[in-house]
Write a protein that binds this ligand. Sequence first.
Ligand code: ZN
Length: 241
Amino acid sequence: MNIRYEGENIEYSVIQSRRKTIAISIDPHQKILVKAPVQISHDEIQKIVEKKAGWIVKKRKELAKYQPQKEPQELADGRQLWYQGNPYVLQILTKADTKQENSGRNVELSAGKLKVYTEQGQEAEVRQNLMQWYYEQAGQWICQRVEHYNEDLKEPVNRICIKDQKSRWGSCSSKRNLNFNWRIIMAPKEVADYVVVHEMCHLRHLNHSPEFWREVAGILPDYKERRKWLREHGAELMKKI
Ligand SMILES: [Zn+2]
């Protein structure tokens, strides 16, 4: 179904069920879904969509902004970077402007800033130091979480790998190897935990069967909320650094 609003075409799907209220939602691909009670007619639904058209158009524009960019963004001062669900402003420092010691670390988080120490401040060096740090943080945190969840799950793990993947957050092989995208260290901890638990539950069920999801829900009863965050914001985190 579709309507026109200020020259724009708004296409939407309708699912009617035994619910009591109407809900309009937009997914990251800008598809519009209307959930409505069975007794409401399509004309009535259309009127409601028309009333909401302004909001829909605005929301679509917002979503369009967050589509993954094709070109890698520059790694320069002021660039926003994520770490465990919080945004930080990149600050590039060189040996010349850092007189005091930084305890030997190349990357430091402090007061909303993600400081990268370099020799000369060139982008390639910034990227290398930053990536190394992200990988290390991801590796340490993920291993800790796997250990934590394995106190109850008690599933043998062969190997944990941190990978650079463009579209996957994690995977689990039949050889009991767990693979994780380093980018989950950019997501909020609850969301990253969901990815860890999801892959660990594949150690028991190498599929997405109802048993698998029951296992996930047994550990994280609110996993759907966490998964929703990933669906809504994952593309943003998948942007190239
Ligand atoms: Zn899975």
